[in-house]
Design a protein around this ligand. Structure first.
Ligand code: MG
Length: 151
């Protein structure tokens, strides 16, 4: 990602210019956080949103997410064989998990976006990418084209 801007036509969305020049509309964690806070306040549910309750609710949603994959065996990336209604259901359960995770982070005072970026950096240090050589690039390229460091 190289740049961001606010999309005035779609509140809550930001457009992000990707490295290859492509623009994508994305929803920020901050937007989700604010909407979850507004949702809870409007229903006077803040008293129920303790860290423990939110964690247990999130774990319950992980169970619902797991049920979607249960008994299907391994599935292909992109889920090409799934019915549209199953993909919609998957999106709903993934959202439930994300929303509880965002809310849990907020009530614990953790900036989830910053924490996640920091964790990615720590993971990169812990699991450094292998230095690509002509030999290993050639072995893993799908078309067997030998790449050089100039590519
Ligand atoms: Mg659910």
């Amino acid at each position: 990602m190289t740049a961001t801007c606010t999309n005035l036509d779609k509140p809550g969305f930001v457009c992000v210019k990707m490295d290859m020049g492509e623009e994508k509309e994305v929803v920020s964690l901050g937007t989700l956080s604010k909407k979850m806070d507004d949702f809870a306040k409007a229903r006077d549910w803040e008293k129920y949103h303790s860290p423990r309750n939110l964690l247990l609710a999130m774990v319950g949603e992980v169970g619902e997410l797991s049920e979607i994959f249960q008994w299907r065996g391994e599935v292909e990336r992109g889920l090409p064989d799934w019915k549209e209604e199953d993909k919609v259901h998957l999106g709903e359960e993934l959202s439930d998990v994300l929303l509880y995770l965002v809310r849990l982070s907020d009530v614990c005072g953790v900036d989830l976006g910053k924490a996640a970026l920091r964790k990615l950096e720590l993971n990169a240090i812990k699991y450094p990418a292998p230095k690509q050589t002509d030999h290993c690039v050639g072995e893993h390229s799908s078309d067997n084209t030998k790449l050089t460091e100039d590519n």
